[in-house]
Structure formats: structure tokens, C-alpha cells
Write a new protein. Structure first.
Ligand SMILES: *Cc1c(COP(=O)(O)O)cnc(C)c1O
Length: 351
């Protein structure tokens, strides 16, 4: 820190992303990326014409992509905003919908960025503890009268709330925005995107990073009532109107045309997850039921941090969180069947 940094940020705790080693030497099961490449047709989107067009600013309204997404969800393009990853959507909505009067609530164990966005915007956050089994209890969020942010399915637990539970939360907080972060919904969750047509206080955030194999492209979006989307656009236009670059737009649009390929990848990942969960249980691991592309596992005889280090020494990266309630756990991204076999073989040797 230099002496020039504003004192406002002296105590800010930054978000720490999972390790991204650049040597590709690890089996990388630590940041929930897809083990499969983007659809074969996507490469055709990166044409000479698109490269030539890089001299121009990208479309600030992101029209083509928003229209394609709107068609997919059966909403109007005025109900969609695109961003530089869903992280940017989250950043915008903390700015737009929280302040000194309107605080924010999210689960005490969830996506680590929520507390950073609350912190940097100086928003009073009230963390709602997960239940003993690491589940979110919908009743805890009813009538809170604060902005609510819930990842569903939740990370890093992998557990999922039903659409009916979410609807109850939305109904009971009519004067507040309820944000549902559906980064992992394609792996077995139930999307509440259709409910955005019924409730003007519901905002659904989604990403191309996980099920659509585009983490490096940085593309996310939010779906909500025209009013909420206009509010987010106000923040976007006041910070970074060209927030999605034109190559990413082209690639994102092309991937929407290959839905079958991504649906099939999700099926493969779910099948690999169920197999890996079963094999890990045979080794004595315990884990909540995952509806995501990761497992959150602990072993009664192995300390979480040490297991992470031992796996890393053997060339396998998983994610360990140094947080009191979940110290025993590691989050293991579902890789290819071959990668999971290597993980299981390594664990069998270790145990
Ligand atoms: C991965 C993840 C995101 C971030 O996604 P990007 O679109 O890559 O910024 C958001 N929320 C949750 C819960 C995630 O796990």
C-alpha cells in the first residue's frame, strides 16, 4: 500500500481468486471452470471481419446478444443487461440497490465476492448463517427488508433451494431487490428466471463462465424487470459503457446457437459428479448433495488444509477456504472422467 491510497480502502479485504497457474502442469479442479472447450462452431465467430472491427468501440447496448438471450428466456431485450462476467453485474447491483439506508443480506458461507462488494461500497452487511447441515433456510430471508443476494445453487456448498422457496423470499420482501446468482443452475438447479416476469423486485444473474466454457471470455448477464435493468444500465453507463468487448460478444452469441453441445456437456459433468461422489464416499468422504459442477467434501481423518496441500504436491489443485465453519472441507471441481479417475487414484494411495 502506498501513502497515496485513500484511507477509505485501508482496511478493504480484497477478493482472492483461486490459483491460476500459467504452466498447465496441474490437474486443475479449483475454480469451477468447464473441463470441456467452447463448442466447435464458436471458433468461426472470430473472423477477420471481427478482428478488423476491433478498431471500433463495441456496441454499448450489446443489442444482438441481448436479443438472443431475450428470445431464449421469452422476455424483452429491455429485461436483459450484459456485463464483463457476472462479477461485474454483482458489482453494479451492490452500487445500485444498497446504501446506508438499505443494507444487504447474504449467507455467511457463499460466494466470497459478496462481502468484498459490500465492503468497498461501505454497505452494512448482515450475514445470515447457514443451517447446521450447510443449507440455506428460506424462512431466514422472509421479510428481511434489506437487499438480498443468494447464490442458488450455493457455492461452495453445492446445495440448492427450490423455486418455490425463492418465490416466497421474493414475495415477502416486496420493497427490496432479491438477487439470485445462478452461476451453477445448469448443473441441476431450478432457474427462477421465469419469475422475473411476475415480480419486479427479482433479479437473476447468470454467467457464461461455467456451463458455457467461457470463463476467460468474461461474459455475464442479468434478467429482471425493465426498471431494475434501467437502474443497472445507469451504473454501467456511469462507469464502463463498453463493458463487453466485441470479440466476447461474437463468441457469446455463437455459443447461444450451440445449446445442444452445452446441454450435453452438462449431462456429462453431472454423470461424472455422481460417479465421483459415490467413489469419494467409498473412501470415507462426506459431502452435501451437489447440484453444481463441484463437490464440497470432507474426510473425518484428514485435515482440509493438509489434504489441499498434499494434493497440490501431487499435481492436483482443489480449493480450500480458510474459514472457521468450513476448514475441514475442500471444493473439488468436476473435471473430465479421466481427471477424476486420477484424483480418486491419488486419494486411494494417500488414504
Ligand atoms: C463463478 C461465480 C461467479 C462469477 O462468474 P463470472 O461470470 O466469471 O464473473 C459469480 N457467482 C458465483 C456464485 C460464482 O461461483
Amino acid at each position: 500500500m502506498s501513502r497515496y491510497l485513500s484511507s477509505r480502502f485501508a482496511s478493504l479485504e480484497e477478493y482472492v481468486p483461486g490459483e491460476q497457474p500459467q504452466d498447465l502442469h496441474y490437474i486443475k479442479l479449483n475454480t469451477n471452470e468447464s473441463p470441456y472447450p467452447p463448442a466447435p462452431g464458436v471458433v468461426k465467430a472470430v473472423t477477420q471481419n471481427e478482428i478488423d472491427r476491433l478498431r471500433l468501440y463495441s456496441d454499448p447496448d450489446c443489442r444482438a446478444l441481448r436479443e438472443a438471450l431475450a428470445a431464449q428466456y421469452g422476455v424483452s431485450s429491455a429485461n436483459i443487461i450484459c456485463g464483463n462476467g457476472s462479477d461485474e453485474m454483482l458489482s453494479f447491483l451492490f452500487i445500485a440497490f444498497c446504501d446506508a439506508q438499505t443494507g444487504v443480506s447474504y449467507p455467511d458461507i457463499s460466494y466470497g465476492f459478496y462481502s468484498v462488494f459490500a465492503d468497498i461500497n461501505r454497505i452494512a452487511a448482515q450475514e445470515v448463517p447457514l443451517r447446521g447441515d450447510l443449507s440455506i433456510c428460506a424462512d431466514d430471508y422472509c421479510g428481511l427488508d434489506r437487499t438480498i443476494v443468494i447464490a442458488n445453487p450455493n457455492a461452495p456448498t453445492g446445495l440448492c433451494l427450490s423455486a418455490a422457496d425463492i418465490e416466497r423470499i421474493v414475495q415477502s420482501n416486496p420493497n427490496n431487490v432479491v438477487v439470485i446468482d445462478e452461476a451453477y443452475v445448469d448443473f441441476g438447479g431450478e432457474s427462477v428466471a421465469p419469475l422475473t416476469k411476475k415480480y419486479d423486485n427479482l433479479l437473476v444473474v447468470q454467467t457464461f463462465s461455467k456451463s458455457r466454457s467461457l470463463a476467460g471470455g468474461r461474459l455475464g448477464y442479468a434478467i429482471g424487470s425493465e426498471g431494475l435493468i434501467a437502474d443497472l444500465n445507469k451504473i454501467r453507463n456511469s462507469t464502463n459503457p463498453y463493458n463487453v468487448d466485441s470479440l466476447t460478444k461474437a463468441v457469446g452469441l455463437a455459443s447461444l446457437e450451440e445449446q445442444d453441445y452445452y446441454d450435453n456437456n452438462c449431462k456429462k459433468i453431472v454423470a461424472t459428479r455422481e460417479y465421483a461422489a459415490q467413489e469419494l464416499q467409498k473412501l470415507g468422504f462426506e459431502m452435501p448433495e451437489s447440484k453444481t459442477n463441484f463437490l464440497f467434501a470432507r474426510h473425518p481423518k484428514l485435515a482440509g488444509k493438509q489434504l489441499y496441500l498434499d494434493l497440490k504436491a501431487r499435481g492436483i489443485l482443489v480449493r480450500h477456504f480458510d474459514m472457521p465453519r468450513i476448514l475441514d472441507y475442500n471444493r473439488i471441481t468436476i473435471g473430465t472422467p479421466e481427471q477424476m479417475e486420477t484424483l480418486l487414484k491419488t486419494l486411494r494411495e494417500m488414504i
